[in-house]
Design a protein around this ligand. Structure first.
Ligand code: FES
Length: 168
């Protein structure tokens, strides 16, 4: 490609990008467009305390990673192969939960995320729900080892009681 056709190609790519952006601005709030174009907290966390992957009915996947300290989320990241609104949802949700106690993060619902994003068109509302469902799954994965160890302790205590009572 010579210099003239290369710059014509660059111009065409620039015009196409501008058209896509104009279309996005016409359909989505400024918060969604910003989160889509400049997402925060993207990436996988190797030593996460909690992690979940959830596939939505649309076939797209959301992953959320949490680092927890003293019952508080100190770091949250996400990955997705989903649409632009899903990227914006992952970005906003991981920012929202940073610094929150686990109980408060558990109480976040899809409407909270939608409100923080200035809303989504009806056809994209499920993208916010996918992100929130993934957060809830990640929180459950954090609590599971604790619950499992409590259940094992209870079984051991009951077995000890039975032994003491002569049932063995
Ligand atoms: Fe599948 Fe947005 S998550 S379309």
């Amino acid at each position: 490609m010579n210099t003239e056709s290369a710059s014509a190609f660059d111009r065409m790519v620039g015009e196409l990008q501008e058209m896509v952006l104009e279309d996005a601005r016409a359909h989505y709030s400024p918060q969604v467009v910003e989160g889509w174009l400049h997402p925060q907290n993207v990436g996988r966390m190797g030593d996460a305390d909690a992690h979940a992957v959830v596939r939505g009915w649309c076939g797209d996947t959301m992953e959320i990673y949490l680092r927890v300290s003293d019952g508080q989320i100190v770091e949250a990241t996400f990955m997705t192969d989903g649409c632009g609104p899903t990227v914006a949802c992952g970005s906003k949700l991981t920012s929202m939960v940073r610094g929150l106690p686990l109980g408060q993060a558990q109480e976040i619902i899809g409407d909270d995320l939608l409100a923080a994003l200035g809303g989504l068109p009806d056809e994209s509302v499920h993208c916010a729900q996918l992100a929130v469902n993934t957060l809830h799954e990640a929180l459950t994965s954090y609590q599971r080892p604790y619950r499992d160890s409590r259940a094992q302790e209870e079984v051991a205590c009951r077995a000890g009681d039975l032994m003491r009572q002569g049932y063995h």
